[in-house]
Ligand binder design. Structure first.
Ligand code: ATR
Length: 283
């Protein structure tokens, strides 16, 4: 639809931001819902981030998503961050209040869980241990979501063990740390395996892990979505495990921000997926 002078404004701040799928995603929702609004890419260098974020209210923006490398800086720059963002240590969604104050939240864990619910509706978080590969920013959101969903035993394994230890200490809950070399053995009795590392992503090293110990009913998820089916997911599928693809986390994490800025709850539909896949050249 045509934008008017009353168009509601939002966007995504990142550096670089040119590869972000968020403008495609939000743009599709704005179009299909017929909303008078815009969601624009905002390339902002780290040294300008705090100033640019503060300027949003002055320019009439209703908020933004924040992506790499600004998520931690956003936590410090907002006027108030909710408890979830503080636990995760990062903000990915900023909402400008009517008074111009900036509120920060983090919807990555929400997106992660909603993706599992959509892709594996029968999966029960309380039914057994979860193994999480990686201890970066994405892992924190995933582990917080798993703790809150009632997973009884969360086995964290990371190349740099210290980072996993620190995260386990920070987050509390039923989190245990396992050596990266023992990642295959950590899969015994697991009910879920999630890769949050960058391994297996297009252009990165492959993820090497033996799935021999993984129960056949365990759900396997990779938050990597380029390629759409990583080698981990292909291997899990080949041995009969249920799998959930990574792209859905990106789609679902965008829902709360869109609703806050534009006033309508959007849905993750087959039409949206087709639109994103076409954009990725895989439609
Ligand atoms: P993000 O915030 O997106 O999670 P990150 O903080 O850079 O990104 O974390 C990347 C994750 O991939 C980390 O768990 C990292 O392990 P380290 O903490 O040891 O760096 C993991 N990772 C990246 N390259 C890896 C490799 N070659 N082997 C094992 N793990 C790797």
């Amino acid at each position: 639809m045509t934008m008017t002078g009353r168009a509601k404004l939002a966007g995504v701040m990142g550096w670089p931001v040119s590869h972000s799928l968020s403008p495609v995603l939000h743009g599709h929702w704005l179009d299909s819902l017929g909303i008078d609004g815009a969601y624009v890419p905002l390339p902002v260098a780290p040294e300008n981030f705090a100033e640019a974020l503060r300027a949003l209210a002055k320019m009439g923006f209703r908020g933004v998503n924040v992506t790499v490398p600004h998520k931690e800086a956003a936590l410090a720059a907002v006027d108030a961050a909710d408890a979830l963002a503080r636990r995760i240590g990062a903000v990915n969604t900023v909402i400008v209040g009517d008074d111009g104050k900036l509120t920060g939240t983090n919807t990555d864990g929400f997106g992660f869980l909603e993706n599992l619910k959509e892709g594996a509706p029968g999966w029960n978080p309380a039914a057994g241990p979860a193994v999480v590969l990686g201890a970066g920013g994405a892992a924190r959101a995933v582990v917080v979501a798993l703790i809150d969903a009632g997973v009884p035993d969360i086995r964290l394994t990371n190349r740099t063990r210290d980072r996993a230890e620190r995260m386990a200490r920070d987050l509390g809950g039923p989190v245990t740390v396992h050596d990266w070399d023992d990642r295959g053995a950590a899969l015994a009795d697991a009910n879920l395996l999630v890769n949050t590392t960058t391994l297996g992503m297009t252009g990165k090293d492959p993820l090497v892990i033996s799935l021999d110990a993984l129960p056949g009913a365990a759900l396997v998820n990779d938050i990597v979505y380029a390629p759409l089916e990583t080698e981990l997911l292909a291997a899990a599928r080949a041995r009969g495990n249920p799998v959930v693809y990574g792209l859905g986390m990106l789609l679902h994490q965008a829902r709360p921000g869109f609703e806050a800025w534009f006033g309508t709850p959007p849905q993750v539909t087959p039409d949206l997926r087709a639109h994103i896949l076409a954009h990725l050249g895989q439609g």
